[in-house]
Design a protein around this ligand. Sequence first.
Ligand code: ADP
Ligand code: MG
Length: 235
Amino acid sequence: MQKSVIHLEEIRKSYYLGKNELPVLKGVTLDIFKNEYVALMGPSGSGKSTLMNILGCLDTPTSGSYILSGHDVSKMEDNDLARVRGKEIGFVFQQFNLMPRLTALENVAIPLIYAGIGKKERLEKAMAMLEKVKLENRADHKPNELSGGQCQRVAIARALVNDPSLILADEPTGNLDTKTSIEIMDIFGAIHASGNTVVLVTHEEDIADHARRIIRLRDGVIESDRINQKYVVTN
Ligand code: ADP
Ligand code: MG
């Protein structure tokens, strides 16, 4: 029996602008299992980021249930949600979201502050993560002294530093050129190969082709959910 990392049941999400309801997710039911590598695709405005924010415990659904690694997170209060997020999830954003005044090393160490780990151990662990993304020689640099690809590698190291069970990435190569995008996708491939569960949003077919499973969202519902043909074994 495979273990669900993510179990979604009839997830709905509306935004409210005054009295006007904007329904964005219209009943999403989905299981993602341990060590899957999933690309989430779909047109702009189809609800990909809304879904990712719910998966990442950055937002809660209007209705439906979300079981993350066995815990019902759909009805949790903000404090508990933040705790689960810190422990279970590494989130990578298109805009990197690094702290501009902190060095690469300090940025990577941030999640360890919330985990209550002492400074010496924090910096050692952060350095080990920077080595994994081959940026140990940029540890003292601030984000504005790094290229876009290097910033994203710092952000990936930060997402991994707490050893989360789930890595979520919302258009992680959206601001990068093709060559740099390939380098970043190689890192996600290595993350998956080392046993992580990865869900990544992209609108580029070439990027999605790195994933084993491709889910397409359209107008707030799942339009298709298939195994990448590359990985279908035929005899
Ligand atoms: P995608 O990531 O697929 O482009 P989003 O999930 O960002 O789609 O957005 C889906 C719809 O929800 C869009 O119409 C967007 O304008 C709207 N939306 C997203 N976030 C908010 C918000 N915080 N408040 C109001 N409307 C939002
Ligand atoms: Mg988006």
